[in-house]
Design a protein around this ligand. Sequence first.
Ligand code: NDP
Length: 384
Amino acid sequence: MTRTLSILGATGSIGASTLDLIRRNRGQWRVVALTANGNAAELARLAREFGAEVAVVADEAALPALREALAGSETEAAGGAQALVEAAARPADVTLAAIVGCAGLAPTMAAIKQGGTIALANKEALVSAGEVMTAAVTKHGATLLPVDSEHNAIFQCLAGNDSAEVRCITLTASGGPFREWPMEQIAAATPAQAVKHPNWDMGAKISVDSATMMNKGLELIEAFHLFPVGLERLRILVHPQSVVHSMVEYRDGSTLAQLGPSDMRVPIASVLAWPQRMDTPCAPLDLAAIGTLRFEAPDELRFPATRLAREAAQSGGSAPAVLNAANEIAVAAFLAGRIGFTHIAAQVERSLANPLPPPPAALEEVLMVDREARARAEELLEKL
Ligand code: NDP
């Protein structure tokens, strides 16, 4: 049976991994919407290849280039924030939410309102909107499936079990490229060094988040919303090899773990085929070759981001959205060479020290908190 699919953020790393799987299973999928920010040429190439109904660039300035590149094809071209939301609102059995940052929130919410399956990679949207997003999922009868490898692992380890029986959930973390670096060396880390992840090939923003460990902090908040066992039952454990993607320990002392290659096509395949399974081209794990699995406790002195995220989750309300917005601004400033690596977490901490806005109760309020927190984070950067 053919199923319909939309990919928000089709030109990114997750988009490419997803389309690789679709390419190998062409007869089973019909593509509705593909979106990008400004990369019109790549978006048009993908839209033609997959015969998408509509292709949307969020950046309206890229629309003329998209129209030109799609001339003569069956695909409609559109541009701008509203067009992105409208494309996400077109009925699709599965919507892969893979835009980077809170920019993905409004289109993801539009997809949720259709009541289909949302395959969520865009963790920043859930971190910022938290209860607003999970309430919308319940209200509209949508199904939220986690693509993030750790959450996908947890989802698989929880299958068939009652979450009331869970003693704790452990998110594993590679520790990033600076795991073994001393403080002084970390302070001097460059963007080129930060985006060079030891195990995963990902977009620039999440790679920097992995280097600061903010990625694990965002994932802690993501897990808090996806698996409501309470913050005190969520742990982080550094596992440099990224073979064990996360674990669930039950009250009888059994721990279930999900293992797999460091290739996002594995968790993406698991949500595309859910509740069944599908083939992937990934090389199977060779545990005899790996030999030993290593684990260590996280170091929150060198990598304070996980502490900041835990505190934001504990505070609740608007704190996670402020944390996320401040981090997005700081990471962009770091990548642009405006601030040093350790300033990223320091800037986030300063943003959270400001009086926080009231808890957002609806999408518009989350977007307002996000906008204001970005403006405030920019002001703090200017002062720095
Ligand atoms: P990339 O940077 O590779 O791709 C981001 C995608 O979002 C691109 O299609 C980009 O379009 C689009 N985009 C960027 N900014 C905007 C905007 N303002 N409005 C609309 N679209 C925009 O990111 P990744 O694929 O690495 O990550 C995507 C999401 O998935 C992130 O939330 C990340 O945390 C999460 N994730 C990623 C993993 C990975 O392995 N990469 C693993 C787990 C989670 P354009 O190409 O035109 O710029």
